[in-house]
Design a protein around this ligand. Structure first.
Ligand code: SF4
Ligand code: SF4
Length: 222
């Protein structure tokens, strides 16, 4: 995969983030405030949201918090959100984009706006992980399909819970990958891919499985 190393002016990407792990820019929102499902799961010790990385480490830095707050204000005006993100994503000149490196989708209108941004940026492949299955279902019932350059991936809510969604792009977090793979029958014939970023200095390098893999991605808990 080709990555463009052009240095992009901060002014042109004021709503985007760049994590060390991912080979692209991303958009983040405040955890819990924008997580209808995550806010309910947070206190459950066996939930993935109990380990939410959006509430600890670098996420607690004032500059990171203020960007998320700014982004939250932006999504209150969805037409402006669409125009702004379309411009900023095109300005990155990067072939990949990640939605919600923190936070989630809060409404069908929010998801429709993200889908419109994907339609406006056809040269970019987008990945949107979400816990909000009912919003995704609502979108599909209303529009039948997403933009062809958008992969919406449904995340399993509990640790070691193998997703059984009809939707074929999903993911789960596992405390013990070896054990979960002991009984492959539990995958019911679904394809799965184990994320190896933790073996690669916590970076994706050339892997773009989150965007492209049709099946279940297993992220080891660490
Ligand atoms: S959905 Fe993501 S950001 Fe929200 S609480 Fe869960 S892990 Fe955190
Ligand atoms: S599956 Fe690939 S793209 Fe996704 S997080 Fe792991 S290394 Fe990165």
């Amino acid at each position: 995969m080709k990555h463009d190393n052009t240095i992009v002016s901060y002014n042109k990407i004021k709503h985007l983030s760049c994590t060390t792990k991912m080979p692209c820019y991303s958009f983040s929102l405040p955890a819990l405030l924008t997580c209808p499902t995550g806010a309910k799961l947070r206190s459950l010790k066996n939930s993935t949201c109990h380990y939410c990385y959006g509430l600890k480490g670098r996420a607690a830095f004032p500059d990171v918090k203020s960007k998320k707050a700014r982004n939250y204000r932006l999504i209150q005006n969805l037409p402006l959100f669409i125009d702004t993100l379309t411009d900023e994503i095109l300005n990155t000149r990067c072939p990949l984009f990640r939605w919600q490196d923190c936070g989630d989708i809060i409404s069908i209108e929010h998801l429709e706006a993200i889908n419109q941004i994907c339609l406006n940026t056809p040269t970019v492949k987008h990945w949107l992980p979400t816990m909000e299955n009912h919003i995704v279902r609502h979108f599909i019932l209303k529009h039948q399909k997403f933009a062809s350059n958008l992969t919406v991936r449904l995340s399993s809510k509990l640790i070691d819970q193998i997703p059984t969604y009809e939707w074929k792009y999903s993911s789960m977090v596992s405390r013990d990958v070896k054990q979960i793979l002991n009984d492959k029958a539990k995958f019911n014939g679904e394809n799965f891919l184990i994320c190896n970023a933790h073996k690669w200095s916590d970076r994706c390098w050339v892997c773009s499985g989150c965007w492209t893999f049709k099946g279940i991605i297993i992220y080891p808990l660490h």
